[in-house]
Write a protein that binds this ligand. Structure first.
Ligand code: ADP
Ligand code: TRP
Length: 330
C-alpha cells in the first residue's frame, strides 16, 4: 500500500490558540486516518526568539497534551519533540549551505521584523526557514498541512529540494506541497480583524486560547469587533469582524460558509455572536475535558519517546543518504 506522508509542527512559543487549532491542529487530526502522519513540537524554532525556560517547559507540555486532547492518536500519528531527533539540526545546517542570503532576506516573517525596525534578531531567527526545510525534507513528506502564513516557508523548502536534486542529478528529496484548507487558513484577531490571531500577541482580548475557560472565551467572542452594517454576510473587506466569526463557526462545525450563512442570516449581531460562542465553547470544553483525562493518565513521556524513536529511524536514513550524496560521508 502506498500511503502518502504528511508532516507538520507548531512552535510552543505561547499558549496554543484557536487559530492554531483551525489552521493546523484540527487538520492534523483529520488527516491522520488517511495519511502517514508525523507531527512534532517545534521547540527548536521556539528559541529563535528569547524564551523564559520554565514558561517554555510549561508551554511545551501544554502543546503536547493539546495535540493528544485535540484527537491526535499515537497509534496512528507519530508525535515527537523536534529536538529529540538530532537529525533535524544536522540536516538544517546542510540545507543552510545550499540556501542563499537573498532567499532568506525575502522571507516575510524576517522582512516584517526588519520593517518594524527590529534589529536585534538572532542568527537562529534568520535561519528559521532552513531548519523548517530540514524538518520536512527528512521525511520525504508529500504534504505539509499549514495555515497561510507558513506557505512561503514550504515554497522555499521546495526550492532547496529541487536545487539539490538538480545539483546531484537524483531524486534525493521528494518535493513537498503545502496543504491549505479551503476555509480557515487565517483566523483573525477578534479585536483587530485585519490582523492574524496569534499566540505571540501581547494583548489577549482578541485571541482565544485553547485553554481559556469557557467563560473567558465566550466573553471574548461577545466583545468581538463587528461593524454597523447590521447584516450577516461573508465580506472580508467591508465586514472583516463578522466574516472572521463566520469562518470560525464554519471551520469548527466542518461545514461551508454558505451553510453557516443559511443558518444565521436572520440573526442580530448579539444573537449571532452567541451562536458562534456556543460553537467555540463546545469545542474548547471537549478539548479541555480530554486534556484533563490525558494529563491524569501520565502517558506523555512514553508517547514522545516512542514517537521520537519512530521518527529517528526514518530521519537517520535520509540524513545518511544526503551525507553520502554530498560527499561528507564515506
Ligand atoms: P503563532 O502565530 O500563533 O505563533 P505559529 O506560527 O506557531 O503560530 O503557527 C502554527 C501553525 O498554526 C501554522 O501552521 C500556522 O499557519 C497556523 N496558524 C497560526 N495562527 C493561525 C491563524 N490565526 N489562523 C490560521 N492558522 C494559523
Ligand atoms: N514554522 C511553523 C510555525 O511557525 C512550525 C514548523 C516548524 C513547521 N517546522 C515545520 C510546520 C515543518 C510545518 C512543517 O508554527
Amino acid at each position: 500500500m502506498d500511503t502518502k506522508r504528511m508532516i507538520s509542527g507548531i512552535k510552543p512559543s505561547g499558549h496554543l490558540t484557536l487559530g492554531n487549532y483551525i489552521g493546523a491542529l484540527q487538520n492534523f487530526v483529520k488527516y491522520q486516518d488517511d495519511y502517514e502522519m508525523f507531527v512534532f513540537i517545534a521547540n527548536l524554532h521556539t528559541i529563535t526568539v528569547p524564551q523564559d525556560p520554565s514558561e517554555l517547559r510549561n508551554n511545551l507540555e501544554e502543546a503536547a497534551l493539546l495535540y493528544l486532547a485535540a484527537g491526535l492518536n499515537p497509534q496512528k500519528a507519530t508525535i515527537f519533540l523536534q529536538s529529540d531527533v538530532l537529525e533535524h539540526t544536522q540536516l538544517g545546517h546542510i540545507l543552510a549551505c545550499y540556501s542563499y542570503l537573498g532567499e532568506l532576506n525575502r522571507m516575510t516573517q524576517y522582512k516584517d521584523k526588519v520593517a518594524k525596525g527590529e534589529t536585534n534578531h538572532t542568527v537562529g531567527f534568520y535561519t528559521y526557514p532552513t531548519l523548517m526545510a530540514a524538518d520536512i525534507l527528512l521525511y520525504d513528506a508529500h504534504f505539509v498541512p499549514v495555515g497561510i502564513d507558513q506557505k512561503q516557508h514550504v515554497e522555499l523548502t521546495r526550492d532547496i529540494a529541487e536545487r539539490m536534486n538538480n545539483r546531484y542529478n537524483k531524486e534525493l528529496f521528494l518535493i513537498p506541497e503545502p496543504l491549505l484548507e479551503e476555509v480557515g487558513v487565517k483566523i483573525y484577531d477578534l479585536q483587530e480583524p485585519t490582523k492574524k490571531m496569534s499566540k505571540s500577541d501581547i494583548s489577549d482580548k482578541g485571541c482565544i486560547y485553547l485553554m481559556d475557560t469557557p467563560k473567558k472565551a465566550r466573553k471574548k467572542i461577545m466583545s468581538a469587533v463587528t461593524d454597523s452594517l447590521d447584516k450577516i454576510a461573508y465580506d472580508p473587506i467591508n465586514q472583516p469582524g463578522i466574516s472572521n466569526l463566520i469562518v470560525i463557526a464554519a471551520s469548527l462545525k466542518k461545514v461551508s460558509i454558505e451553510a453557516i450563512l443559511l443558518e444565521t442570516q436572520d440573526l442580530r449581531y448579539g444573537e449571532f455572536k452567541k451562536y458562534v460562542a456556543d460553537i467555540v465553547v463546545d469545542t474548547l470544553e471537549t478539548i479541555q475535558n480530554k486534556y484533563a483525562e490525558i494529563k491524569e493518565q501520565n502517558i506523555l513521556q512514553e508517547v514522545l519517546v516512542d514517537g521520537a524513536n519512530k521518527a529517528r529511524t526514518i530521519a537517520n536514513k535520509k540524513l545518511k543518504e544526503v551525507q553520502r550524496t554530498i560527499g561528507i560521508e564515506l
